[in-house]
Ligand binder design. Structure first.
Ligand code: NAD
Ligand code: DAU
Length: 369
């Protein structure tokens, strides 16, 4: 395929952050076409990519571990930039079954690196960029008084998920150091926003409030995360593609550290306000406490803590601020309110991704904690 367009490959482009990234790139960069490679696991959803310009989006249903497929796609589409989101991403699932995490996050990343090396570095070499999307969880857990994570913190992953991400980060680093592959890595904090599968804290709490289901709080609910709006994260990745230096890591945060209980309280308050003021919402969500004149806080249910639960993550993103000109634009209020509105307006999306067996699994999982 040879035309004047720049072709970017996005792995995991049907998942939460990948979808937001693809939408953003297609909207803001008219000369770019995107090839999405996604295995469509439970977390991937083709409908999230609907209504995007078909002439600039090529979707391939496939596995990043299929090195021959990746090799063919890189050549066929003359890819110079690969943004790697595909992963198993949920900590709870990594505790229930770590194997898939090692397979996708470590073997899968390695398969991409091998294909990229073969295509980009053989012969006289081609200008290229391999951008790896990683997590702050690789740095381990902070105490309440510890300074936020910088890029110089030691890796101390605590869950099978974060250990598998740390493994992939090391492979990416090694392919730069040993073979000269032009890589960048971003380690970001907890994302939230549109198209997030309702297993992560924020979308799970939103749909459970609307359906009048228990809101499971692990342990004492005082674990702290730094909440990053997905649009801010995608903007940071673009800035890293434009200005990042090969071989470097950049921490990306939202400047929005909050304990889980505060997050859940805020979501209850925002949904109660909206449902209380709208007879349409009250009739669409009859089981929501606010539809019956009570508070959604009544749904809060303390459950057994997650094994090995990290207490606090916090991000120092001063390197990204200085080198990439990155600053988050969403605040706690703007980001959360837009996200709640998105879930209220996109009920068919979340009902579609939460099929009956997932709802059943959720209910029995929390019942047994
Ligand atoms: P997600 O679980 O929503 O989506 C993952 C996507 O990868 C899905 O579309 C899935 O189908 C695809 N996928 C899984 N295995 C695959 C395979 N073997 N081959 C091809 N595709 C495969 O994840 P997300 O929340 O969008 O996270 C994206 C990336 O960002 C991940 O690497 C994750 O570790 C990282 N990250 C996420 C967060 C967060 O808060 N969500 C924070 C920090 C870092
Ligand atoms: O920090 C970045 C990481 O953030 C990403 O790398 C991961 O892919 C992403 O899943 C996320 O990990 P967390 O474990 O922090 O996110 P999760 O949404 O699962 O949980 C957020 C916090 O809320 C955590 O302290 C556990 C707690 N929690 C979560 C769920 C799903 C609850 O108390 N109850 C719940 O039902």
């Amino acid at each position: 395929m040879s035309d004047s367009r720049e072709h970017i490959m996005v792995t995991g482009g049907a998942g939460f952050i990948g979808v937001n990234f693809v939408r953003r790139v297609l909207a803001t960069r008219p000369t770019v076409s995107v090839v999405v490679l996604d295995a469509l696991t439970y977390a991937g959803n083709g409908t999230s990519l609907e209504q995007l310009p078909a002439d600039r989006l090529h979707f391939v249903h496939g596995d990043i571990r299929d090195q021959r497929l990746v090799d063919r796609l890189l050549r066929e589409h003359e890819i110079r930039t690969l943004v790697h989101f595909a992963a198993e991403s949920h900590v709870d699932r990594s505790i229930d079954g770590p194997d898939a995490f090692v397979a996708t996050n470590i073997d899968g990343t390695h398969s991409l690196l091998k294909a990229a090396r073969e295509y980009w570095l053989s012969g006289s070499g081609t200008p290229h960029r391999f951008h790896h999307v990683s997590t702050d969880e690789v740095y381990g857990s902070l105490g309440s008084e510890d300074p936020p994570f910088t890029e110089r913190n030691q890796y101390q992953p605590n869950s099978p998920y974060s250990a598998s991400k740390a493994g992939s980060d090391h492979l990416v680093r090694a392919y730069h150091h040993t073979f000269g592959l032009e890589v960048t890595t971003t380690n970001c904090s907890n994302n939230y926003g549109p198209y997030q599968f309702p297993e992560k804290l924020i979308p799970l709490m939103i749909v459970n409030i609307l359906e009048g289901k228990p809101l499971p709080i692990y342990g004492d609910g005082m674990q702290v995360r730094d909440w990053l709006h997905v649009e801010d994260h995608c903007r940071a990745i673009e800035a890293c593609l434009d200005r990042g230096v090969a071989g470097e890591l950049y921490n990306i945060g939202g400047a929005n550290e909050r304990p889980n209980l505060e997050i859940v309280g805020k979501l209850c308050e925002m949904i109660d306000e909206r449902v209380g003021a709208s007879s349409d919402l009250a009739s669409r969500f009859p089981d929501c406490p606010a539809s019956k004149g009570s508070s959604s806080q009544s749904l809060v249910t303390y459950v057994t803590d997650r094994p090995g639960h990290d207490r606090r993550y916090a991000i120092d993103f001063s390197k990204a601020a200085a080198d990439l000109e990155y600053q988050p634009q969403e605040t706690f209020d703007s980001g959360f309110s837009g996200t709640v509105d998105w879930y209220l307006e996109n009920e068919p999306w979340w009902r579609g991704v939460m099929d009956g067996s997932y709802r059943q699994w959720l209910d029995s999982n929390y019942a047994s904690r």
